[in-house]
Design a protein around this ligand. Structure first.
Ligand SMILES: [Mg+2]
Length: 385
């Protein structure tokens, strides 16, 4: 069996890679550098030179070849390797007529606990998002900011006392609405400095969040370790990291209790499963990052199925952001994972990763590149949100 063709397909806001073999198998993968799909597609084109004519079953060898042939890596290159890796695993599963998880040692669980995304420009929207999740049967909510998901056009300003005080009040209200039957995954989106993160983290400890995610910008691992050392809420981080080696440095500093590898960024299923094993050795849990399509979810579920230290799966609902709707998964994909109504996702036993792209997907949902806009402070400087 040989690789016959490799194609990048932009659909709506997603970048997919389809690999076809000379005996008619098709593998599907997705790249996760969502701000730079064009660069990812360029990297896939570069790797195509090497991959055409190769045996698709030698996944690890191809991974090493792509990763090590040039000096330059980073998110777009790793998104390309990830999409190719996922597609090769999909082909391998189809070749052996087995789900990928069966080839990774078999399922250690039958379904994956998931968290529902909550967004809101107002507190009321955020509160009703928690209520919605509860009604649907979820037992965890995430993307849940103690601030607001304000529109980026709105200049930011809060005093320190407002920032910390309002956030603590909001988390208290989240807990009152959620009760103990719902875990709160508090998402900071890098909106605090280390000293702010410690103040807020300590103040919301009584409300028992499952984790606090990216309390500070993750660029400085020592500062993340500083925050982790000073609060008792587990820190979740890692969605921007692109390699096993970065996760090792994070874990070595005790800067994280729940790693958040993005299977479409860290080198696909091959990269994510190694990160899960690395975390397992530190008694850290895995919460796969997944802001993308149902293809990403299908790849994440291979990790959920096989990693003993899997904790929770991010599961995007049908909103892209607070103002924009994404097409329903079923309208361009076949085989999307389902919520079982009790807070879990079903894990497919179909060969490969169990999902495929409808042939008319790109035609029906043309590519919409994300607009480049970020939030500014009232004084005109750039803020993180
Ligand atoms: Mg996040």
């Amino acid at each position: 069996m040989r690789i016959d063709s490799i194609e990048t397909i932009l659909v709506d806001k997603y970048l997919f890679v389809e690999i076809r073999t000379d005996n008619g198998l098709v593998g599907l993968g997705e790249g996760g550098a969502w701000g730079f799909h064009e660069a990812t597609a360029g990297a896939v084109l570069r790797f195509k030179d090497y991959l055409l004519g190769q045996d698709p079953l030698r996944i690890e060898h191809h991974w090493q070849y792509m990763y090590r042939w040039a000096h330059f890596r980073g998110s777009a290159v790793m998104a390309a390797i990830s999409a190719i890796d996922i597609a090769l695993w999909d082909i391998t599963g189809k070749h052996f007529d087995a789900p990928v998880h069966a080839l990774l040692g078999g399922k250690v669980r039958d379904k994956a606990r998931a968290y529902y995304h909550v967004f809101g420009e107002t507190k009321e929207e955020l509160f009703s998002g928690i209520e919605d999740a509860k009604k649907m049967g979820f037992t965890a909510v995430g993307h849940l900011t103690p601030f607001l998901d304000s529109r980026r056009e709105v200049p930011y300003f809060q005093t320190h006392a407002e920032k910390i005080g309002d956030a603590v009040d909001t988390v208290r209200q989240y807990r009152e609405i959620a009760g103990r039957g719902m875990d709160l995954c508090i998402e900071i989106h890098r909106r605090m400095t280390p000293y702010e993160a410690v103040q807020l983290g300590r103040a919301i400890e009584p409300f028992h969040p499952l984790f606090i995610e990216d309390p500070i910008t993750p660029d400085n691992l020592d500062e993340m370790a500083y925050v982790a050392d000073k609060i008792s809420i587990p820190i979740a981080t890692g969605e921007r990291m692109t390699s096993l080696w970065e996760f090792q440095m994070l874990l070595a500093r005790n800067a994280v209790q729940l790693v958040r590898p993005d299977v479409c960024i860290v080198g696909g299923i091959s990269g994510a499963r190694k990160i899960a094993a690395l975390a397992e050795a530190s008694h850290a849990g895995v919460v796969p990052h997944n802001p993308l399509s149902a293809v990403s979810t299908a790849a994440c579920l291979q990790i959920a199925a096989t990693a003993p230290n899997f904790v929770l799966q991010e599961f995007p609902n049908d909103t892209w952001d607070v103002t924009d709707k994404r097409p329903d998964s079923d309208s361009f994909l076949i085989g999307a994972a389902r919520h079982d109504g009790e807070g879990f996702l079903t894990i497919s036993d179909e060969p490969g990763i169990g999902i495929s792209l409808r042939p008319d997907a790109a035609e029906k949902f043309p590519y919409r590149a994300r607009k480049m806009h970020t939030r500014l402070h009232k004084d005109g400087s750039v803020v993180d949100q």
